[in-house]
Design a protein around this ligand. Structure first.
Ligand SMILES: Nc1ncnc2c1ncn2[C@@H]1O[C@H](COP(=O)(O)OS(=O)(=O)O)[C@@H](OP(=O)(O)O)[C@H]1O
Length: 381
């Protein structure tokens, strides 16, 4: 103790001087600042040849050199960022200000995928989508889009544009401007699950292009309804129980088909509307269940449908035990695996088994019709 006491004495003297205190604080701030500057420079140096350019959506990045050949651009293309944007399907927000919806959705997303699109793909031009994931809500649409983005020939807008339902009056140029730039041969895509149940959507998409390829991720309508309810419950914890919302009258057992959670699952009815405008071979149905049990298998079908080389295979996925879902192994450049965020793969509340059975009975004839129409038994019964 005797040995230490001069040290303590000096320290005490140091701290008791306000000037020295300030000096120490300033030195710490300086070290932190230098460290942050150093980290930033390190990050930027991993993106060689990039400059900031002004775009309608704000500052985005694009290669300084600009004119790389398509092949080189594709070879250099970095894996697109993983993202997990909660569907804003329920919000009644038809906005007139261009891009406001997307900018709002972007706030939750790190990093901004459009900016990253430009990082990896500064050349090319914005095109209207040639393929759209039109539904269904809670079917697994985010997982499908994010898996597809691994493909170098697919460029997709991250947030849901809601063009053909809420933002149609903004016009096709507004819509096109939301799209990432693509090179010759690349496919532009978007996903908005509410299109599948929007009466006007088939006519509007057909008016844009009759050749648009449509993808629908379908899931057992009962599980889908519970998933839908779970999402609403997470935002509004005071809503009535699933069981009470299911019935118009619980005693008579009459199902409330006006409740959107129930209505969306009557796939045959909605599909009928699409078939007025598109032939069946222009619509691909992806099984939401198989997208979880065999993502590579479903992605194989999707790549075939889009006329793409089967690049996304088993080796891109691993099953994350904690998440309970398949996740994407980050492509080259990072060893970190990526799963969808916590709004995907929520724990569902326990629903009275009698109500579940009643719903199964309700959906059965519609499911049978749907199997017949699509020529595919999804095995929900
Ligand atoms: N790989 C992977 N990881 C996490 N979640 C996955 C995955 N594949 C499919 N799913 C299922 O996707 C369901 C959400 O569907 P959507 O993305 O279509 O929802 S939304 O309409 O965009 O809100 C989500 O529903 P819930 O489980 O009810 O949360 C998942 O079951």
């Amino acid at each position: 103790m005797e040995y230490c006491s001069p040290v303590f004495h000096n320290l005490h003297a140091f701290w008791s001087s306000p000037v020295k205190k300030k000096l120490l604080l300033l030195s710490i701030m300086f070290v932190v600042w230098v460290y942050m500057l150093y980290s930033c420079v390190g990050y930027c140096s991993t993106m060689p040849g990039l400059v900031m350019v002004d775009t309608p959506r704000g500052k985005e990045t694009a290669p300084a050199t600009g004119r790389r050949s398509d092949l080189v651009s594709r070879l250099l293309a970095k894996p697109q960022p993983w993202e997990d944007v909660e569907s804003d399907y329920e919000e009644p927000s038809i906005r007139t200000a261009a891009s406001r919806d997307l900018l709002d959705a972007d706030r939750d997303r790190v990093p901004d995928p459009s900016a990253m699109s430009s990082f990896s793909n500064g050349s090319g031009s914005k095109k209207l989508p040639q393929a759209i994931i039109i539904g269904v809500k809670k079917g697994g649409t985010r997982a499908l889009l994010e898996f597809l983005r691994v493909h170098p020939d697919i460029r997709a807008v991250g947030a849901e544009p809601h063009f053909f339902d809420r933002n149609y009056e903004n016009g096709l140029e507004w819509y096109r401007d939301l799209m990432p730039k693509t090179l010759e041969g690349q496919i532009t895509m978007e996903k908005t699950p509410s299109y599948f149940v929007t009466r006007e959507a088939p006519a509007r998409i057909s008016a844009m292009s009759r050749d648009t390829k449509l993808i629908v991720v379908v899931r057992d309508p009962v599980t889908r309804a519970i998933s839908d309810y779970t999402q609403t419950l997470s935002k509004k914890p005071d809503i009535p129980s699933f069981e009470s919302l299911t019935f118009k009258n619980r005693t008579t057992g009459l199902i409330d088909t006006s409740w959107s959670a129930i209505q969306i699952g009557i796939y045959a009815k909605h599909l009928d509307n699409w078939l007025q405008y598109f032939p069946m071979d222009q619509i691909l149905f992806v099984s939401g269940e198989r997208l979880i049990s065999d993502p590579a298998g479903e992605l194989g079908r999707v790549q075939d449908f889009l006329g793409l080389k089967r690049i996304i295979t088993d080796k891109h996925f691993y099953f994350n035990q904690t998440k309970g879902f398949p996740c994407l192994k980050k492509a080259e450049g990072s060893s970190k695996p990526h799963c969808l965020g916590k709004t995907k793969g929520r724990t569902h509340p326990n629903i009275d088994p009698e109500v579940v059975q009643r719903l199964r009975d309700f959906y059965r004839p519609f499911n049978m019709k749907f199997y017949q129409m699509t020529g595919h038994n999804f095995g929900w019964d």
